[in-house]
Design a binder for this molecule. Structure first.
Ligand SMILES: Nc1ncnc2c1ncn2[C@@H]1O[C@H](COP(=O)(O)OP(=O)(O)OP(=O)(O)O)[C@@H](O)[C@H]1O
Length: 229
C-alpha cells in the first residue's frame, strides 16, 4: 500500500534521512521506533509532503507522491496526525473534525466517527483546547479519519498521554484498522505501546533503518537497547 524507496531528506546542507526504504501492506500496522532526534518526525513530514524529499520515491498504491503537495497526498489517501496533535484549541470539537472533511468536500461528520470516539460526541460543543491530552489525541485521529484515508501516519501519539490511556489508544487503533482496513505507520519511542499496537517494528537510528522484527518473533531486548541512550 505504502512503499518508500531510498528516501533522502535534508535540512539545507544537513542530510537527516539517508536513503530509507520501507513498506506497509494494506491493513498492516508498522511502528517506526527510535530515540529523540533519530529522524522519525522528519520521515513523517516528508511522507505527508511538508518537507521535500531530496531523493527517492514514495508510492501510495500506484501513485507517486514525491513532488506533490500535501493536499494532493491527502486526496490520494494519506492522512497525518502530527506530534503534539496540533488541534485547533479555540475551535469546538465538532469544528475541529469538520476541518478534516474539507479534503473530501463533505459537510456531515459520519456517525461512525462518533461511535468510535463517544467522548467526542459528548464534548462536541466544547473547545478543543479544553480537552485532556488523550481526548485531544482522539480528536486529532478523528479529524484525520474523516478524510477517509487508506494510510494513516501517526507521529509519536503517546507523547504527553497518561500511561493508563496509552493501552486504550493501542486497542482503539487496532479496532480502527480492522473496521476500515486502514494501513497505519506510527512513530514511537514507547516500546510497550508499539508492542500492543504494531504488526511489524522498524528501528531508525541516525536517519537509517537498522533493525526490523515481526510481531510473532519480536526481539524486545534488542529494540529496547536501541531505545535506551
Ligand atoms: N528544522 C530543522 N532544521 C535542521 N535540522 C533539523 C530540523 N528539524 C530536525 N532537525 C534535525 O534532524 C534530525 C532528526 O530530527 P527529527 O525531529 O526527525 O527526530 P525524531 O526522531 O522525530 O525526534 P523527536 O522524537 O525529538 O521528535 C535531528 O538531528 C534534528 O536535530
Amino acid at each position: 500500500m505504502l512503499t518508500v524507496d531510498d528516501l533522502t531528506v535534508a535540512y539545507g546542507q544537513s542530510e537527516v534521512l539517508h536513503g530509507l526504504s520501507l513498506s506497509a501492506a494494506k491493513a498492516e500496522i508498522v511502528a517506526v521506533m527510535g530515540r529523540n532526534g533519530m529522524g522519525k518526525t522528519t520521515l513523517m513530514k516528508s511522507l505527508i509532503g511538508i518537507l521535500p524529499a531530496r531523493g527517492g520515491r514514495i508510492r501510495l498504491g500506484e501513485a507517486e507522491l514525491v513532488g506533490t503537495e500535501p493536499h494532493q497526498r491527502v486526496r490520494e489517501g494519506l492522512a497525518f496526525v502530527p506530534q503534539g496533535r496540533m488541534i485547533f484549541p479555540t475551535l469546538t470539537v465538532e469544528e475541529n473534525i469538520r476541518t478534516g472533511l474539507v479534503a473530501r468536500g463533505r459537510r456531515h461528520i459520519p456517525d461512525d466517527i462518533y461511535s468510535l470516539f463517544p467522548v467526542l460526541h459528548e464534548m462536541r460543543r466544547r473547545r478543543g483546547g479544553n480537552l485532556s491530552g488523550g481526548q485531544q489525541q482522539q480528536l486529532a485521529i478523528a479529524r484525520a479519519l474523516v478524510a477517509e484515508p487508506r494510510v494513516l501516519l501517526l507521529d509519536e501519539p503517546t507523547e504527553g498521554i497518561q500511561p493508563s490511556i496509552i493501552k486504550d489508544m493501542a486497542r482503539s487503533l487496532r479496532e480502527i484498522r480492522d473496521m476500515m482496513n486502514l494501513t497505519i505507520l506510527v512513530s514511537e519511542q514507547v516500546l510497550s505501546f508499539a508492542l500492543d499496537v504494531a504488526d511489524r517494528f522498524l528501528v531508525i537510528e541516525n536517519g537509517r533503518l537498522v533493525h526490523e522484527d515481526r510481531r510473532a518473533d519480536v526481539n524486545e531486548a534488542r529494540i529496547s537497547a536501541y531505545l535506551s541512550v
